[in-house]
Every structure is written in structure tokens, then in C-alpha cells.
Design a protein around this ligand. Sequence first.
Ligand code: GDG
Length: 745
Amino acid sequence: MNKTIIVSNRLPVNLKIDNRQLQVETSVGGLATGMKSVHSEGNGIWIGWSGLTEEQLDAELTEKVDEALQKEKCATVSLTEKDVENFYFGFSNRTLWPMFHYFQEYTEFELEQWNSYKEVNRKFANEVLAYANEGDMIWVHDYQLMLVPQMIRDKNPALTIGFFLHIPYPSYEIFRTFPWREELLNGVLGANLVGFHTYDYVRHFLSSVKRIKGLETKFNDIVYDGRTVKVDSFPMGIDYNQFNNAAQEHKTRPEDKKSDLMRKLEEHSLHFGDNKLILSIDRMDYTKGIPNRILAFEYFLNKYPEYKEKVRLVMLAVPSRSNVPQYQKLKRETDELVGRINGQFATVNWTPIWYFYRSMPFEDLIDLYASSQVALVTPIRDGMNLVAKEYVASRADNDGVLVLSEMAGAAKELHEALLINPNNFEQIADTLKFALEMPPEEQSSRIVQMKERISRYNVEKWSEEFMKALYSSAQEPEVQVTRELTTEVFAAMGNDYDSAQKRLFLLDYDGTLVGFKNTPAEAFPDDKLFDLLDSLAADENNEVVIISGRDHDTLGKWFGHKNYTLITDHGVWLRRKGRDWEAIERVKSDWKENIRPIMETFVDRTPGSFIEEKNYSLAWHYRKADGELADIRAKELEFVLNSLISNNSLAVLEGNKVLEIKNSNVNKGRAAGRLLAGAAYDFIFAIGDDWTDEYMFEELPVSAYTVKVGSAKTHARFYVKDNSSVRLILEGFAGSKTVQEQVYN
Ligand code: GDG
């Protein structure tokens, strides 16, 4: 039976050793709740770190840990103290966390930590691979494990892998500064489905993928490595009923059952009549905007002094990552600010800020949510922010006001909250006043609408939706029906080659025999290429044809002295080996005078693009231009050109980062057909990377070995991932014995 494997840095249980006894506490956190149904189904398993390092465990304790975790359907990844230091406190929390939250000044790039991140990700991937069987679905969570999807895929390509990022995905302008940016993207792209909280993060991710990896994206799909990677937003919800029910119960709790905290909170209201509590709850993290919030509250008290001795800010800051220096600094700063403001404003009866630096039990949390008339949630950046949703869910009487930073992912869903910019104290102060004075009907109308949404799209729904999308991403057909040119295909092709009498090789030039350069002129043939083609052409049963969109002057200059056949200008000119050039199509080129000025305006507006003028065509190249801008411009230019040529015998072809306009009756397919008509070939091999090569693939008989370079859609029968293997394949034909091992080791 297929199962789901959940992978996250920490497990949903927390282990502690006390006097050699193991204590197991189950976590009540949002993720654990959300994944409950996924985790409990069948023989599902959750893989993560137990919280205990190898140094803390001997053989006996390890056995106890494994046993305890097995009962919870969990398995642990074993980490050393050094791993935790470098991978978790180091790379995860000093590099990825600040960078992804736009805190560039806090972001450290340390090679040792990056190496540890890779090593630990490998440990996680290996643990998953030890449990995974064919047909299983794997859901990897968060920024600590971004390399895991590809590491799993490398070893077991048939698995279905999902990845969800719980924190923001930053803009390309931030992400591009990261030294190992491509490796990190490769890691995530190992997944079938990549999920984020909001559409903005999806956009930023796609933009990084396009610009850094140069991959094409279509809506939210990325074609990568012969697969489709789906990217989508899944805003995480909360366990609505848990909060709502607890708050209802809180309302009706008899006096003698009330907690100390609740009594204290009620005292405030009794003492100060109808005056109000403003609540703030977060982990002590610099992304949460805690100092800003305190300063904005000070600003509010100064601007609206009538609220002195009336409102109180209740601030719960939960200790977090306290061995990372920036967190220690934040703690000091917060302590000082609270001290200064309380010192400045306090009266005998009143301190403006109640500050708790600790974590509280769930019951106390509910007391805080239920007793506070305003929640002030002001992160500088936050992936989602569940506190905002929990506050709404805990308002049993539908009163209360949520003031929420627009920088939190939750702001995208909670439109009825009062949205603020956490850096604008003026706005926060005015909004607080507005919140404190909001009429009950308006409070209720806003809270009810928000409740409606978060009760429907709760955390279970979130995980269900993700799993559904993951399942259907696995049903996506392979991008091509085309097969990869594997060792087996290669062997079969070798046999056919050996037994053939008359062989034809149709070889595209740019992107196939040579890689792309900044300008076409730089992509001239190298000596190794000449040697390779010479040895192929040396067999008199072989006809080597270079078939290209390039002009016949250039190809004549480069290959004119060689024993190959040349087809140039997409099939206008033919030079059979040992003979003279002949024009095989009659074409006009006077149209270029009209089209060139139009293309030039696109060059002016698209820095990095340029026009290549060939005898019978004009090509607008945009490989060096900004990817996103160029994609838009290419579509515009294609539209403009198509509308101009409707009555003409011209065609616009979309190539590999090039748009080319040329006579429509000329293409590589017709030219190849002409060669076929003149001779009976019993072995045909054709290879090309471009859209223009598709004409050739279509024209050739089904028995031909047609090979596409790259993973785009194609009419070819086979594909190779990139042009690095093209020469090795040709060397195979040319007689190199080791080629198979070189290509497919
Ligand atoms: C990351 C992203 C994203 C807090 N104090 C106590 C306590 N809590 C609970 C809250 C809430 C959770 O912790 C905090 O969740 P947040 O979403 O607000 O923030 P992060 O911890 O930074 O979480 C965030 C989230 O992942 C999920 O994807 O929303 O953007 O940064 O559930 O209730 N719980 C208890 N005692 C406390 O003292 N029991």
C-alpha cells in the first residue's frame, strides 16, 4: 500500500532525557495538527530530527528513542552537535531565514555552514530513501530542507515529491545575491509540486527560476528535466475548532476554574471599567517587528494621551533561537524599550506594557486571545502569521479588532482586518485609536467575515488541498512522449548503424554541435569539432550534413573546405559534398527593408537584444536581455510581425531565445526531403535543439533516429538533456569505444 512520508526539520513530538528516562511530549503546533490526517493514514511516517544530538545518546538511549518514535509513527535523522550548530543555527537561521525575510544586513554566507547544510540535507534524503517505496508520496517542509527534493529524486526518480515553504520567498533582487542560488533552486525543483503561502511568493520564485536557470515557465508550470514542476499557493490555515471551542469554553468557565492569568486579565477590565487590552504574541524574532510595535505604542500614547492609564499592551514573546547573536540583541533591545516606556509612563495604578518572555500553555494563550479587545500583529515580514488567525478564531462573541501588518502573508486573506505598514508609526497610532473606538456592529461584521473564511479553509483543508494537488501533479504526463536517449536506445542505434550501407547525419549547428555564445559570431567551430566530424565523414558510407539557419557565407567560410554537405539559410542553399553551392529555393528578400525598422524599435526598447541579418531572414536575438522583459517583448513582436505578414509568403519562427522572420516556403524539412529523394539511406540520424529543427524531424521517415536537444515539446523520437552529450554521441558513431560509459556512466 502506498504511503505518505512527511519530512520536516523537527518532529511533531519533542524528546527530552531526564535521569536517563525518555520523556515524549506531543506537539500541539499548527503543522502537527494540519498533518494529523495525512500522518495517521495507513502506514504513513514522519521523518525529522528528534531534538537530541548523537552526543546525548548512547546505544541504550538510541534504542529507547527509536522505539518511542516508532510508536508515534516517526523516524529520526541522527544529527551531531556540530550539525545542529552549522546546519540549523548556522545556515538555516543565519543565512536563509534573514535573506528570505529581506534582512540582508543579517545574512551571512559561510562556506562551512553551506557544506553542513548540504550534508544534513543528504542525511534527511537518505532517511527518506530508506523508507520510500514506489508510488509513495513525500511532502518536504520548509527552508531547512530545500535540497532534499532533488537529492531524493536523483536516487529514486519515480517518487512523487512535494515541497512547501513556510516563510516568504524573496524577490529575485534579494535571491540573486546568494552565492549558491542555483544549487538551492535545483534542490527545490526536484519536487513535482512546490507550494507557498501566497501568490506573491509564487511570482518571486518563478521569476528566480526564469532568470537564474533560464527556464521557461507557462502559467505556474516549469518544464525542467523532462518533467513539469507545478508551483502554486496554499495559504496555511489553523485548527479553527480547537481555538473556537476553547474560547467558547473559556467564556462559561466557573470562577473557581479560572487560571491566575485569566483573573489578572479580568482584574484589568474591572479596575479600569471598559478599558481595553491590546495583545501581541510572537516568537522573539526580529522579523516580527517587536521593537517597532513597542515604539508605535509609545507614539500612540504620546499622540493620544487620553488613553494613558486606560489601555495596556500585553506582550508575549516566546524565546527562540537564543544562541544566534541577532536574537540576543533583539532580546536586549526589547527589554530596554519595555523598561524605558514603562518607567516613563507608569503610574501607581498602571503600567502600560505587560511583558512576558516565556512560552505559555495553550490554555493561557486562549485566555490572552479571549480577553484582548485588540490584537496588534505587526511583523516586518512574515510568511503567513497564524497568530492573527488564531485571534480571530478565539473571539467567541464576535467582537474585537485585528490590526495586521500588510507584510504578513495572512493580510492577503484577512481583508477585514485593519491593515497597516509596520514602519509607519503615525498610521499605527491612528489605526489603534480607530480600533479602540470601533462600534461593536462593525467589529462583529469584520470578525464574522474573517471567521467564515478561516473556518472553511482550515489547516486540514490546507493539507488536503496540497495533497490533492500533489497527487494530480504525479498524474501529469511526462512532458514529452519522446523517450530519453538511454543506453539501451544507444545500443540499438549502434547495431543499426553497423549493419547500414548508406547513412545520413543531419546535424543542426547552434545549440547542438556548439553551445550558445553571447553573439552568433563567437560560436565558431573548434578543432575538436572538426576532428569529430572528419572522422565521421571519413567513412564513405556516411553523409555528414550540417543543416542550419545560418547564412551560406559564414558556413562556407567555416566548413567550405570540408567533406561535408551544407544546407544553410534554413534550406535556401545546398552545397553537396565536393560540389558547388546551389540555390534550392527561389526567395525574395525585399521585404526586409520594411521589417527591419520595426525590429529595431524592439532592440531599442529591449536592452541586450539585437538583430542578426541573414540573406533571407531577419532574426531578433534576446538571449542576453532580461528574461521577463524579453518574454513580453517577444510576444509583442511576434504579434506585430504576424499582423504585418498575413498576405505575404513570410513566416515568423520562434527559436531558442530568438524570433526569426523568413520566407514561409523555406524550411529545414523541405531541404532534408530533397536529400532523401535523391538517395536510399538505410540509417538516418538527425539532431537539433530548435523549433526550426522540428520541420526536419517531421519530414523524416519514422525509422529515422530523430533527437531533440533539451526538454521542450518535440516531434523527435528521442531527447538528450542538453548539448553536452551531443558530441559524445557522435564520437560513439565515429568509433570511440568508451563513449557509452562516458555518456551514461
Ligand atoms: C512560521 C512562519 C508561518 C506562540 N506562542 C506560544 C504559542 N505560540 C504559537 C501560536 C502559533 C505559532 O506559535 C506561531 O506561528 P506563526 O505563524 O505566528 O509564526 P512562526 O513560528 O514564525 O511560523 C509563519 C508559520 O511558519 C506556518 O507556516 O505562518 O509566517 O514564520 O500557532 O499559537 N503556543 C503556545 N504557547 C506559546 O507561548 N502553546
